[in-house]
Design a protein around this ligand. Sequence first.
Ligand code: 8VR
Length: 469
Amino acid sequence: MKFAKDFLFGGASAAYQVEGAWNEDGKGISNWDVFSKIPGKTFENTNGDVAIDHYHRYKEDIKLMAEMGLESYRFSISWPRIIPDGDGKINPKGIEFYNNLINECLKYGIVPFATLYHWDLPQTLEEDGGWTNKRTVKAFVKYADTCFKAFGDRVKHWITFNETIVFCSLGYLTGGHPPAIENNPIKYFQATHNVITAHAKTVSHYKELRQFGEIGITHSFTPNFSVDNKEENIFAAYHANQYNVAWFFDPVLKGTYPEYVVKQIKEKGWTPNWTDEELEIIKSSAEKNDFIGVNYYQPARVIKNDNQQVKMENSRENSAGAPGNVSFDGVWKTVRIDNGKYTKWGWEIAPDAFLDGLRIIKNNYGDIKIYITENGLGDADPIIDEEIVDVPRIKYIEAHLRVVKKAIEEGINIKGYYAWSVIDLLSWLNGYKKQYGFIYVDQKNNLNRKKKLSFYWYKHIIETRGEDL
Ligand code: 8VR
């Protein structure tokens, strides 16, 4: 089987992780500009001031993407570049940059797939309560409207938010991301609800503009599986799925929050301050979503938590279900499984769990169109005779693309695959050590770009539409 002609083979990035030019051309300060400079917050105190300088080198990068045969580029727009203080004046230079980037993609026939929010919030809004403050919801809709009007004639694929669970849980539960608040479920639930509301309002607004493109949200998808058949562990996994999957997928695709969680957080006093109007817009906008974006890296292996520790460990990037974490409510924890395969960063490599996860999405949410908006391997790539021979990455992506193929054959409605990442970039907390790209960026030598082995491999996969997989 070949992938259909309208299936998009893509690659992804995010503004803060690639652009640099943090204070150029009128860009405002983001929460990440501030947070990454607090000593000890990131690996070796790395930050995105320069990143891989995509802001100045986007032409060279997009040319390489075209050479690879990439059909679609998923990038994110930096909110503080467009509206420096969050909800005030528009920065024409910011608009100009993304116009250039989009036009460069179109020059090569690369479909631009834009994410409006990949975690870099204008600092002014962060200081005013960030996602816990409804001012941010209003500001986001205005920012989205600005982007639709500026770029919507050429951008026909929009993602509102990237991985709400990650920036909210690291922001308000583990403290690993800005605003670095720990162990605060009240703020966490308020922030998640405000983001879901902003998404719903934005989707409705986009449809009113009648730009005839498609819009959805990207969720991090870490399906939780019990380690065995013990009833208590099966229950723990169910609970984890309710809080970490249903809480985010249900309001977007069904229009209501899961009853199980709603009831429990009410008992615990964690219910967000939500209005009937907000719940109504969430309900009425659900059917307007054109797709759901799914970022899959690994599953979580879950058992009941027996010890008293209830504080999540503030380890690097632990939100993706990596083993060794206790849930914030203390009910369950994640463990390593004996026969599991793991990356250097301890993330499980489990394509089978990906297939099971996709089946779960179909069972729970029906035929909604799915884009795999991120999937890939973080590695310290082997270099032999100056060639970057990233065979483990090829194997990882190959195995997961096979799953996508199988899922499509089973009738799961997947319309594209975006490898994370198209080019090596700054990992939020792991610096440049953890690489994901098809294109290598030489940190020691002028940020020179170099094609990896996976570059040629992906090019072949795209050319042959995955026939050999
Ligand atoms: C996703 C994020 C994306 C990347 C990838 C891979 C990290 C990283 C944590 O959660 O959308 O920005 O972020 O995962 O891993 O290393 O930067």
